[in-house]
Design a protein around this ligand. Structure first.
Ligand SMILES: [Zn+2]
Length: 234
């Protein structure tokens, strides 16, 4: 049973359509080339998680290629839809961990050149301060009335932990989980010589975080080339 009704929709904001349209955009930005990278979205209403398969070029991805995981199930690996002839992405255990343990609504994984280069310029943590764009990213502070996280301010420092790469993507799951526990308000982890994982409560937020971080990583590389420190003292 292919359960196509779970992925076929005229609504451009349907998670299955969003996974495909963003994959094309990210391919064009060279964040997801040659089948690298992946996007997963959890539908806020149904709790179903839409996952891109392994081995399909991102610019050619169709809604019918997507796996649908039941995000409401207490058990792992309850699939409502498995496309014939396709394999799950190697990132799937990482996505499941972020959906289940850290309440992610969407996860973006790219092999962005800016992420790979930055991971070679910093040891354990990437840091940048006093750049307007960091205001697009969440801080450790919460709004006293709503309890929701508030974003960084211009003079704050954005910090993103860096973990070392492994031979297989699923082997990154434990390292990523450890960083999420250590940085509970974080929204990203860099993987050295590999790329970045970015997540948020919704795909809209995750996309804003991912674009803003990539812009900041690109600036940091140029600042490094010009001998300008990325964290401004005073
Ligand atoms: Zn990857």
């Amino acid at each position: 049973m292919m359960q196509d009704h779970l992925v076929v929709s005229d609504d451009s904001n349907h998670p299955a359509n969003m996974v495909c349209s963003l994959s094309r955009q990210f391919y064009e930005k060279e964040w997801c080339v040659g089948t690298g990278g992946s996007i997963a979205i959890r539908d806020e209403e149904t709790g179903f998680c839409y996952l891109a398969p392994s081995g399909v070029q991102k610019e050619l991805l169709k809604p019918q290629d997507l796996f649908v995981l039941d995000g409401n199930s207490k058990e792992q690996d309850v699939y409502l839809r498995k496309p014939a002839g396709l394999k799950l992405s190697d990132c799937t255990p990482i996505f499941q961990m972020l959906f289940q343990n850290f309440n992610a609504g969407a996860i973006i994984h790219t092999h962005s050149p800016n992420a790979v280069l930055t991971s070679l310029l910093y040891d354990d943590v990437f840091e940048i301060s006093h750049i307007e764009q960091i205001k697009a990213l969440p801080s450790e502070r919460v709004n006293a009335e709503t309890g929701k996280p508030v974003n960084l301010l211009f003079e704050d420092t954005l910090k993103i932990p860096i973990i070392d790469n492994q031979n297989f993507e699923y082997e990154l799951t434990d390292g990523l989980q450890e960083m999420c526990q250590k940085w509970p308000h974080g929204c990203a982890v860099l993987v050295r010589r590999h790329g970045i994982f970015v997540w948020g409560p919704s795909i809209t937020k995750a996309k804003i975080y991912n674009e803003s971080i990539d812009y900041l990583l690109g600036l940091a590389i140029k600042m490094h080339q010009l001998g300008i420190p990325t964290v401004k003292k005073n």
